[in-house]
Design a protein around this ligand. Structure first.
Ligand code: MTE
Ligand code: MO
Length: 362
C-alpha cells in the first residue's frame, strides 16, 4: 500500500459537532441529541459518533486490501469500489456503551447517556461480493476488519490499531456492507470516510470505520478490541459483545417535559436478535400493552405508542420491549466491568398537567 497515515491531534472539532451532544471532543464521542430522537431517521449531522482514536488522515490514495485465507488476494482503489454494485441499508446502530451512566456503580468508559443510538441510510458494496471475489478458503472462520486509526491504550503496550473480527457467516450476510455513503452523501471523516463496515443488528463496534483491509482468518482473532474491549466482563469472565440486545426508549413526551394529561406516549424499540413483537408501557408501575407499528426496514427501530390519561403531577413512564427470539428487556442487567449492553428498562419521568393550562408536549 502506498498511503501513510497520521493521527489528527488537537485542532478544532468540525462544524458537524454543533447538532450533537459532545461527551468528549478528542477523540470525538458525541450523542444524538434528545430533541431529534423522535425522528425515524436521524438527521445526518446528528448521527452519534464514537471514535477510540483521533480521526486518521490519509496521505495518498486510499486502498482496501482483501487477503489472508483466500485463493486470490487483491487490492481495490476507491474508484474500483465505487464501480461495483451497491445497495442501501437503513439501519439503527447503537454503541454497546449506550446508557453506561445508568449502571450502578457507573463503570469506567465513556459516560454515555441514552443517545448513542441513531438510524440512518448506509450505501455500499456487499462485503460478501468482495469475499467471493477473493475466494475464501474452506477452513476460514472470521474476517478481521482493519481500521486506519491507532494509538496508545491502557493495559496495552505500544500502539493499538482498531481491528475487529466478524464470524464468516455475518461477514457473508448480503446486508453487511463496505459502505461509502451515509444518508445519500459520502461518509464524513468522523463516520469513517472514505470506507467503513456497516454490520446491521450488531452493536456499533463491529462497523469498523476508516477501513483499509479485510483479513480472512482460520483461527480466532484475539486483538485488543476483540479480547480486552467490547467484551462483557463479569467477575473476570469475558464474553464478546456481538448483537444489540433488545431495547426500547420513550421519546415523547420528552424526558422531564410538561405534557397534557391526555397524551400519546411514543418511542422506539430495536433488537439485533429478532423483530420487535411486543412493547409494554408502564404508567407509575401500571403496565399496558402498547401498539407496535412497522419499522421502516428490517434493521431499523420499530415505533410504538400508547394513548394514556396521566394522573396530574410527576409521572414515571417505562417501556419494555420483547423480540421474536423471546428476549425481553430486563429490570436490571448483570453488571459488567466495562459497562456494555445496558438494555435495562429506563424510567422516564414527565409532568402531567390537566386540561386547559397545558401547552401540550412542548
Ligand atoms: N476504526 C474504527 N472503527 C470504529 C470505531 C473506532 O474507534 N475506530 N468505533 C466503533 C464504535 S465503538 C462504534 S459505536 C461505531 C460508531 O460509529 P459512528 O461514529 O459512525 O456512529 O464505530 C465503530 N467503528
Ligand atoms: Mo461503540
Amino acid at each position: 500500500m502506498t498511503k501513510t497515515l497520521s493521527a489528527r491531534s488537537g485542532g478544532p472539532v468540525t462544524d458537524a459537532v454543533a447538532p450533537l451532544d459532545v461527551v468528549r471532543a478528542h477523540p470525538l464521542c458525541a450523542e444524538t441529541p434528545t430533541s431529534v430522537l423522535p425522528l425515524a431517521v436521524t438527521p445526518r449531522e446528528s448521527v452519534y459518533v464514537r471514535s477510540n482514536f483521533e480521526t486518521p488522515i490519509a496521505h495518498g490514495a486510499w486502498t482496501l486490501a482483501v487477503g489472508g485465507a483466500v485463493r486470490a488476494p487483491f487490492t481495490l482503489s476507491l474508484a474500483d469500489i465505487a464501480a461495483l454494485p451497491m445497495h442501501t441499508v437503513l439501519a439503527t446502530m447503537e454503541c454497546a456503551g449506550n446508557w453506561r451512566l445508568g449502571m450502578d456503580p457507573v463503570p469506567t468508559g465513556e459516560p454515555w447517556k441514552y443517545g448513542a443510538v441513531s438510524t440512518t441510510r448506509w450505501r455500499g458494496v456487499s462485503l460478501a461480493a468482495l469475499l467471493d471475489r477473493a475466494g475464501v478458503h474452506d477452513d476460514a472462520l472470521e474476517v478481521v476488519a482493519v481500521g486506519a486509526d491507532a494509538g496508545p491504550c491502557d493495559d496495552a503496550e505500544g500502539e493499538v490499531r482498531f481491528e475487529r473480527a466478524l464470524p464468516l457467516e455475518v461477514a457473508r450476510h448480503p446486508d453487511t456492507l463496505v459502505a461509502m455513503h451515509m444518508d445519500g452523501v459520502p461518509l464524513t471523516a468522523h463516520h469513517g470516510a472514505p470506507l467503513r463496515l456497516l454490520v446491521p443488528n450488531w452493536y456499533g463496534m463491529a462497523s469498523v470505520k476508516w477501513l483499509t483491509a479485510l483479513d480472512v482468518r482460520t483461527t480466532p482473532f484475539t486483538g485488543y478490541f476483540q479480547s480486552k474491549r467490547y467484551v462483557y466482563d463479569v467477575n473476570g469472565t469475558t464474553t464478546p459483545v456481538t448483537r444489540a440486545l433488545v431495547k426500547s426508549m420513550i421519546v415523547l413526551p420528552a424526558l422531564h417535559a410538561e405534557t397534557a394529561a391526555d397524551t400519546v406516549v411514543r418511542g422506539w424499540a430495536w433488537s439485533g436478535s429478532g423483530a420487535i413483537i411486543r412493547v409494554d408501557v408502564a404508567v407509575n408501575d401500571q403496565w399496558h400493552r402498547a401498539t407496535v407499528g412497522r419499522a421502516a426496514s428490517a434493521y431499523a427501530w420499530t415505533p410504538f405508542e400508547l394513548s394514556v390519561s396521566l394522573p396530574p403531577g410527576e409521572v414515571t413512564l417505562r417501556s419494555r420491549a420483547t423480540d421474536a427470539s423471546g428476549a425481553v428487556q430486563p429490570e436490571r442487567i448483570a453488571w459488567n466491568a466495562l459497562g456494555y449492553g445496558n438494555n435495562a428498562i429506563r424510567p422516564h419521568t414527565v409532568r402531567a398537567v390537566s386540561g386547559e393550562c397545558s401547552d401540550g408536549q412542548s
